[in-house]
Design a protein around this ligand. Structure first.
Ligand SMILES: [Zn+2]
Ligand SMILES: [Zn+2]
Length: 342
């Protein structure tokens, strides 16, 4: 995102900025039309007009290809035994919960996008920092795109509907240029509440979020080096092997898993699964996606009641993220928790 856009956004925010909850409610366009006609012909949904499939976002493309290639080394026959360590695998699984669930599912999505609960600023910012460690862009950009998705879900301006094509909805939209998404008006419309906070505004400048990702990768690699040195009794080659293992498993493999988990919510959970609610989109509840994305796969429930902090609405719809939010509420760290309406 360009600096000028951020600066414009920064100066434009102010008196006209409404209450953030009103903003969240205003742009939620998930309600079913009164006549019950959702107006979708799945065979004919065009890409958003502002996108260009022949113009790639090269910085995104290169970084995403790189992290997939590094993750691939974990399973290649001639590298996997050198790179595999139990500590790397365990850290990768833990990271899926810490960075993926706390950062993306609870932080970026249920807290920042939908304001499903409130919490102290230090905790909100901490969750946002964890979110940035997943290569899913800055909080403001992620939130703006997701709010746009809710407003237009499965209709042409939706930035990532799989009704255009499955691959487009899954990851094509991430790497193709969408000229609306960088405009000041887009940020004004969708995230003016977030950009009132200098913390989020600063992150837009000079891609601060990406340096957070690099910094966390460096810390994990360094920790692997120290750990390997310590448990091998000071063998340098083992220290290097652990550093490489932790980079591959605890950073790259985990990041790829979290990325595809989030992308599957946009793709699989708009195509395959069952529906509890008649919403004006094709959102579905998908148990597999719910499993790999800590409850986000109950996506038809979510489109029906976007502000609810709980996405599982039936007894079998287990929602790990909701359990954590309930835990935060019990210890007094989450307040104003929005529950599903019966
Ligand atoms: Zn959706
Ligand atoms: Zn949402």
């Amino acid at each position: 995102m360009s600096e000028s856009v951020c600066e414009e956004t920064g100066t434009a925010t102010g008196a006209e900025i409404g209450d953030k909850t009103n903003l969240v409610n205003d742009i939620a366009g998930d309600a079913m039309p009164a006549d019950g006609n959702i107006g979708i012909d799945p065979q004919a949904l065009p890409r958003p007009e502002a996108t260009n499939p022949y113009k790639l976002m090269w910085s995104y493309t290169i970084v995403l290809v790189a992290v997939h290639v590094i993750a691939l080394y974990a399973i290649l026959p001639w590298t996997y035994s050198y790179l595999f360590t139990w500590s790397g695998l365990i850290l990768g699984i833990l990271g899926h919960f810490v960075f993926g669930m706390l950062g993306i599912t609870i932080g970026y999505h249920r807290l920042l996008t939908h304001r499903g609960f409130t919490c102290p600023k230090w905790l909100e910012h901490s969750l946002a920092i964890l979110g940035m460690c997943n290569l899913q862009d800055s909080p403001a950009r992620w939130v703006a795109i997701h709010r746009m998705h809710h407003q237009h879900s499965d209709h042409q301006p939706d930035p990532h509907s799989p009704l255009v094509s499955f691959l487009w909805g899954h990851m094509g939209w991430v790497i193709c240029r969408h000229k609306e998404l960088d405009r000041t008006s887009h940020y004004e419309r969708y995230v003016r509440d977030l950009l009132r906070d200098p913390f989020y505004l600063k992150l837009e400048r000079r891609d601060g979020w990406f340096f957070v990702f690099l910094a966390h990768s460096f810390v994990i690699t360094l920790a692997g080096l120290i750990f390997g040195y310590a448990i091998s009794g000071g063998v340098g080659s083992e220290a290097v092997r652990y550093a490489a293992s932790w980079t591959v498993w605890a950073v790259a493999v985990r990041t790829v898993f979290v990325l595809h988990g989030t992308w599957s919510v946009n793709s699989l959970s708009h195509v395959f699964g069952y529906r509890n609610y008649k919403t004006r989109d094709h959102s579905t509840n998908n148990w597999l996606v719910a499993l790999i994305s800590h409850g986000e796969g109950w996506h038809n429930n979510h489109h029906a009641q976007p502000r609810s902090a709980a996405h599982g609405h039936r007894w079998w719809e287990f929602d790990m993220s909701w359990r954590i939010i309930q835990g935060l509420e019990m210890v007094g760290l989450a307040k104003d928790v929005v529950r599903p309406k019966r």
